[in-house]
Design a protein around this ligand. Structure first.
Ligand code: ADP
Length: 488
């Protein structure tokens, strides 16, 4: 079979890969590209908040302790000077702190810069620029971090935050907060290596997950597909099994239902072929038999025998007509031609036509009606309905051989009832008799004649007329088949 669609497995894998890919790209961006910026932002806000805390406590007697704990917690140096750069307090200022190395003039320069800037100023500068700016050799600064690789040391950066605040006595002082910014290159490098591992692991995981999910999803589908192929071959007892998830269970029960319906149709089709061939064979055998007898034996050429041939030919015709009708109804090509006519008159004529037959066989058909009723319907088809019902009633009626047809008016509808005194139909069979090819008792006297199509034709015609119909039956007492059509 040609596969022009991507299988579920590859689809899932593709989606999972895209998902993993996007996730990893995000991780790369945040962990490597933006990491430095994040770090600096966090650091600067920490320095600022430390300076604020100092500013809030500038008049506190506990200021030194506060500064000490801030310095320890955040690994920063804090210095408080007056506007001329004279140190008033200084904490955490180790030998590697730049602010310890600033001259009073330089601090004074920061003061005026911050003053211009509205009281605060934040600067970041690399060690190199610091060297140039402050002309103090780095080696003099005695950095503790001497074991850092030289290129990393070069990239060391400092952040200095300056905040001018007024003390209670009105004197302006300057708070300097300094922090060293550790270069993140090594960290980024580590993260990169980690991310490579993560990428590989996630890719493998997504393959494994894709295989697992697709198996879980596609296995039941593959199973259903196999069963469906069996069904297509005509094995109607195929059972669709497959668990996993709701949709699959639902699909299974739908397919089981379909298989069941197909098997019913198939059963009916087989039965119909058996029926029809049987039904066709009986009259054909009779016709051939009688014709041969009449040809060979001159004395047998009697009107009775010819009548038998005619009757059997008629039976054949009506059987073929039934089959044609039902196939037209089924294909939906049958149309109704509406006309206004006298239904009562039509039924009266019909019953009259039975006259000879009923006389001969001792049947009695009575027609009870109150007044002539007109309806708008397809006269031919409605006659067919009445014929079918009367024929059935005649066939199945009881020993008294009587059939009653009643017509009466009921809320804008005319109701026709065809009543017999036969064996009746059991309640559970009633819904089935309207089905195509259904016969209650296959060994019944008329089983050889009826095709099980009559009531199905009745149903189709009445459905086309939006009519109502049904049957009330008491076993052993008889049945009443009825239908109702709108009157004019
Ligand atoms: P059939 O050609 O076999 O009569 P129908 O479709 O007309 O087919 O009827 C279907 C089945 O319904 C019949 O085989 C019969 O068993 C049952 N049936 C129909 N009419 C009557 C009735 N008046 N009394 C009892 N059984 C009936």
């Amino acid at each position: 079979m040609k596969r022009d669609k991507i299988s579920i497995k590859w689809n899932i894998f593709a989606y999972l890969s895209i998902f993993t890919g996007v996730m990893i790209v995000f991780l790369w961006f945040f962990q490597t590209v933006f990491l430095d910026d994040f770090y600096k932002t966090i650091k600067s806000s920490k320095i600022k908040s430390c300076a604020e805390t100092v500013a809030e406590n500038i008049d506190s007697s506990d200021l030194s302790n506060i500064m000490l704990s801030l310095s320890r917690q955040n690994d920063i140096s804090i210095k408080i000077t007056d506007k001329n750069g004279v140190s008033l307090d200084s904490i955490g200022v180790g030998p590697n702190s730049i602010i310890d190395r600033l001259s009073n003039e330089e601090i004074g320069a920061y003061y005026s810069k911050a003053e211009k800037n509205g009281g605060t100023s934040l600067q970041t500068f690399s060690e190199e620029s610091f060297k140039i700016n402050f002309k103090k050799p780095m080696d003099d600064m005695n950095f503790q971090d001497n074991n850092r690789p030289p290129d990393n040391r070069k990239k060391m950066e400092s952040m200095l935050y300056v905040d001018i605040v007024s003390k209670k006595d009105g004197a302006k002082v300057m708070i300097l907060v300094h922090s060293t910014i550790t270069p993140l290159d090594a960290t980024v490098e580590t993260l990169r290596t980690q991310l490579i591992f993560i990428t590989v692991i996630f890719m493998m995981l997504s393959i494994a997950l894709a295989v697992f999910i697709s198996k879980k999803i596609s296995n039941p589908i593959v199973k259903i597909n196999d069963s469906a192929k069996e069904l297509a071959k005509g094995k109607y007892d195929t059972k669709f099994e497959g668990t996993g998830y709701k949709e699959i269970t639902e699909l299974n029960s739908t397919l089981n239902y379909a298989a069941n319906e197909l098997s019913k149709v198939d059963g009916l089709r087989k039965e119909l072929i058996a029926n029809i061939s049987h039904d066709l064979r009986t009259p054909l055998t009779l016709i051939t038999g009688y014709s041969e007898v009449m040809r060979d034996l001159p004395g047998e050429n009697s009107p009775e025998n010819i009548q038998i041939i005619i009757d059997e030919a008629k039976r054949l015709t009506s059987l073929v007509n039934d089959i044609l009708d039902i196939s037209k109804f089924e294909s939906g090509t049958q149309e109704i031609e509406l006309s206004e006519f006298n239904l009562t008159e039509s039924i009266r004529n019909m019953i009259n036509r039975y006259g000879k037959f009923t006389e001969q066989k001792g049947y009695n058909i009575s027609f009870i009606y109150d007044e002539d009723t007109y309806i708008k319907a397809d006269e031919m088809k409605i006659s067919q309905v009445v014929y079918n019902l009367i024929n059935n009633a005649l066939t199945y009626t009881g020993k008294d051989k009587s059939v009653t047809v009643k017509q009466y008016y009921k809320d804008g509808y005319v109701r026709i009832e065809v009543i017999d005194t036969g064996e009746g139909i059991s309640q559970e069979k009633i819904p089935l008799i309207w089905d195509r090819y259904y016969k209650v008792d296959k060994a019944h006297k008329r089983a050889a004649v009826g095709t099980g199509l009559g009531l199905s034709i009745v149903k189709s015609i009445l459905d086309m007329h939006d009519g109502r119909y049904g049957v009330e039956s008491t076993e052993g007492k008889g049945s009443t088949f009825w239908f109702e059509l709108k009157t004019l």
